[in-house]
Design a protein around this ligand. Structure first.
Ligand code: IVH
Length: 684
């Protein structure tokens, strides 16, 4: 019986590891997320019955324990070398000429061209196929032990070769013919893909938090976090390109074969590498990437040209830390200086005000740049950026151009210190600041810059759930002047709708019907729909139960609100502030007049259970439970769910791609658990 279960366990482990590989390395999944979750759950079920079976290659063991208060040092088995630069074809040909004089075999050499990823060099150690240790480059001789953090990167195989249990044709499978050397040390570049970087910054900006400056800094910071849970929350990945050391087994002796070999073992390897018979063709290929670099999903600052024959390359030796057998062919720089003519302010989705640079137009890598992001007002103050300054601008990949800082030496004395606006540039209302956040907000629900997005949020599924009111129609309604705030939706007439393009009888009737139905939505949905800063669905439920209707909530004060569990001074202030805005009071009156005024039962009793007395915050996507599902699960077991992490939070339940809550939880010393651990708690 146990034998059978053990072999099922081994099979599941191999399957989950394989699907991980298909998803994170090949970018070609063959099963749905749901099927994957099922396998993972079955695996977790077996592990909770047999914890003695768990080894470090289990996919459940990626985010492990946090190390002490610093990283240990690791001596690399061989030097982790750097590269000399070439700035163009002539430089590269001069390199070839130099090394041809040292060894005439160079004249017949082949070359491999690979992207030079602007990330972080990492060194991965495998013993008997198991990932046992990982380090930063450090000074090239000694790096830091960041094993626990690297384990969270799903593209890193925990065991090689990645086992194949699927039915793909043999040619597509990572080959199992190679038995890796008993000790294998490889090197790769860890990085944050540009898309993920933008997404991370978007989330941070929405939460009013500091955004990151560029993907490389973010990746570096993420890998040097002491808590692997935090690293796990950053979608880092890597590409492997070098074997640093091997014992007990043969490895190829040409760079091209090394790439193939690493790929066959299940490592992520670049798919834009090419081999050439002469340097001129290699240079020509490299130059095509000067223009094509934006197509790469990561930041690359050049291409690396390597002599394919690694024995020859090694014999050529090195100059300082730079091997003679390879060269970094750098792309033209994308940093320039220009004059900062003015600073503009944009109003974002949640009312966040974001400053941007209005520049003397300047060309960077073939693109004329007139605007660049300035991140937030603190950034301008910290860097002491003044209007009229010469500023250094960088454009990298598809990342929006950003200001690096002022050129202080170029100042004439006429530059002006910048003061953040006190009024919203779009609607003129006073702007607000919430404690603990860097951002400034416009909190006027009727601000034209936010109106489309406010209405979008108001009608969305988690809020008033008004079907048939997509963004296009919302835009039409605003443009035609029919809708100036969300309350106007409920007084729309059929004749008015028929005048809009694309509206016939049926469509107009359907929309009016769903608006009529929405009037019956519960108070908690309406509160959530108002888009009060810091009030999500969970908090809206609590407010709805505590106050019963919108007038009571509107008449409350910050002290009273803070009596509620999970509601701190910042959110209390934000709620009171929202209701004190004349524009918002007007909105409430209109809603009441339109009969959108739900009443809730006050203080509904909650159940008792194993989680009674504990307060939870959930962040990220959980393996099986949905947003509503996890809330229901916790509440049914007597627990309480709140929106934001505070000292009163008992546990943070962490899923994939979480927001900034994990960092806050860590800062406050709140325990972080996953879904499986939550279930364990609930089961006593
Ligand atoms: S080869 C002898 N290949 O660039 C091997 N380096 O400026 C020397 N890098 O520290 C390195 N992509 O972190 C090599 N495909 C690639 C690379 C690469 C990025 C980084 C690496 C190195 C730096 C040198």
């Amino acid at each position: 019986m146990a034998d059978k279960l053990l072999s099922r366990y081994e099979e599941l482990k191999a399957q989950v590891n394989l699907h991980n590989y298909r998803y994170h390395v090949l970018d070609a999944p063959i099963i749905s997320d749901l099927e994957y979750d099922r396998l993972l759950n079955e695996l977790k079920g077996i592990e909770s019955a047999h914890p003695e079976w768990i080894k470090s290659d289990s996919p459940t063991q990626r985010a492990g324990a946090r190390p002490a208060d610093r990283f240990d040092k690791i001596r690399h088995p061989a030097s982790i070398l750097s590269l000399a630069n070439a700035f163009g074809g002539d430089d590269a040909r001069a390199w070839l000429e130099r090394i041809s004089k040292i060894d005439d075999r160079v004249e017949k050499a082949k070359f491999v061209v690979e992207p030079k990823i602007d990330g972080l060099s990492v060194v991965l150690h495998y013993r008997d196929g198991m990932f046992v240790q990982g380090a930063t480059r450090g000074d090239g001789e000694v790096g830091e032990d960041i094993t626990s953090n690297l384990r969270t990167i799903r593209a890193i195989p925990l065991r090689i070769p990645v086992q194949t249990v699927d039915d793909r044709p043999k040619t597509e499978k990572p080959s199992t013919v190679h038995r890796p050397p008993s000790y294998l040390v490889v090197r790769g570049e860890a990085f944050l893909p540009i898309k993920e970087f933008d997404e991370l910054n978007r989330k941070l900006e929405e939460a009013g938090e500091k955004t990151y400056l560029n993907p490389r800094n973010t990746a570096a910071g993420s890998l040097r976090q002491l808590d692997p849970q935090l690293t796990a929350s950053r979608p880092l990945t890597l590409l492997v390109y070098q074997i640093i050391h091997s014992e007990g087994g043969k490895v190829p002796t040409s760079q091209w074969e090394i790439l193939e070999y690493l790929k066959a073992l299940g490592f992520p390897v670049t798919d834009v590498a090419k081999r050439f018979n002469d340097l001129d063709s290699a240079i020509a290929y490299t130059e095509t990437w000067n223009e094509g670099r934006d197509k790469l999903p990561y930041e690359a600052d050049g291409m690396v040209i390597k002599i394919d024959d690694l024995t020859l390359a090694a014999e050529l030796g090195f100059v300082g830390k730079d091997p003679r057998g390879a060269i970094a062919f750098k792309f033209p720089a994308r940093e320039v200086t220009t004059t900062l003519n003015d600073i503009g302010v944009a109003v974002g989705r949640t009312g966040v005000l974001t400053p941007y640079a209005i520049l003397q137009p300047v060309e960077i890598g073939g693109v004329v740049v007139e605007r660049a992001t300035l991140h937030n007002f603190d950034f301008i103050a910290e860097k002491d950026i003044r209007v009229g300054d010469r500023v250094l601008i960088k454009r990298a990949g598809e990342v929006i151009p950003y200001v690096i800082g002022p050129v202080v030496d170029a100042r004439s004395g006429k530059e002006k210190t910048y003061k953040p606006p006190t009024k919203c540039p779009a609607c003129g209302q006073a702007v607000e600041h919430f404690e603990g956040e860097v951002a400034w907000y416009c909190v006027n629900a009727a601000c034209p810059a936010q109106l489309v997005r406010n209405i979008e949020h108001f009608v969305s599924r988690g809020a008033m759930d008004i079907v048939g009111l997509g963004i296009k129609i919302v835009e039409q309604l605003i443009e035609s002047g029919l809708v100036k705030d969300v309350a106007d939706l409920f007084t729309l007439k059929k004749e008015q709708l028929l005048e809009l393009e694309g509206f016939a009888d049926k469509k107009a009737e359907n929309l009016l019907k769903s608006l009529e139905q929405a009037k019956a939505q519960s108070l908690n949905r309406l509160i959530a729909a108002l888009g009060i800063h810091g009030v999500g669905e969970v908090m809206a439920g609590d407010l709805s139960r505590a106050f019963g209707d919108l007038s009571a909530l509107s008449n409350t004060n910050a002290e009273e609100l803070q009596q509620m569990e999970g509601l701190g001074p910042n959110i209390a202030e934000s709620i009171v502030d929202w209701f004190s805005q004349p524009a918002n009071q007007k909105l409430l009156k209109k809603l009441k007049a339109a009969n959108v005024w739900p009443i809730a039962k006050k203080d509904e009793k909650k159940k008792d259970g194993a989680l009674t007395g504990f307060t939870f915050v959930v962040t990220g996507t959980l393996p099986t439970l949905s947003r509503d599902g996890v809330k229901e699960f916790i509440e049914q077991n007597g627990g309480k769910v709140t929106d934001s992490v505070s000292k009163k939070t008992s546990y943070l339940v962490l899923g994939e791609n979480p927001g900034s809550k994990a960092e806050k939880a860590q800062a406050l010393g709140v325990k972080i658990i996953n879904e499986a651990e939550l279930r364990k708690l609930a089961n006593g």
